[in-house]
Design a binder for this molecule. Structure first.
Ligand SMILES: [Zn+2]
Ligand SMILES: [Zn+2]
Length: 151
């Protein structure tokens, strides 16, 4: 059992309690949708999550998946990743991290970096509000896309 799987089990065990405290019913469908988001490093979009969840909940609709994702986002279990695609992507990692984003295929991977965490926000941000955390998006081209371009 890897550390990652342990983390997954822990998160799923906590799920009913987190929902209860937020006043959200911890239904099987919601749990399966949450499981789908947290069991991948992919930052999947709603349709990909839907495809995965349908293996376990065959009658679930895409609309239910969307509504559940927004509900889970509202209670802080997942977050939305704002990259420039027409589809939102979802993130089950709620610890402090940054993202590498491939501008060619849309791959998103988590980057843990104490150096980036310690970045001092520029003074210009003060005109809009107070900074509570810094999340950096590092854009580039992933290894797969680089390899494809060379061939
Ligand atoms: Zn790529
Ligand atoms: Zn992430």
């Amino acid at each position: 059992v890897t550390h990652y799987q342990n983390n997954l089990k822990m998160k799923l065990d906590m799920f009913p309690e987190v929902c209860r405290q937020a006043g959200l019913k911890a239904t099987k469908q919601r749990r399966e949708i949450y499981r789908e988001v947290i069991s991948t490093l992919d930052h999947p979009d709603a349709e990909k999550i839907w495809k995965g969840v349908r293996k376990r909940c065959p009658r679930i609709s895409l609309d239910t998946v969307y509504r559940t994702l927004y509900a889970l986002e509202t209670i802080g279990l997942i977050s939305r990743v704002g990259i420039k695609t027409e589809r939102f992507r979802f993130d089950g990692n709620t610890t402090q991290h940054h993202h590498f984003v491939c501008t060619s295929c849309g791959l998103i991977r988590d980057i843990v970096s104490p150096e980036l965490d310690a970045t001092t926000p520029p003074a210009a941000v003060e005109q809009y509000g107070e900074v509570t955390s810094v999340q950096t998006e590092l854009k580039g081209v992933c290894h797969d896309c680089l390899a494809r371009k060379k061939t």
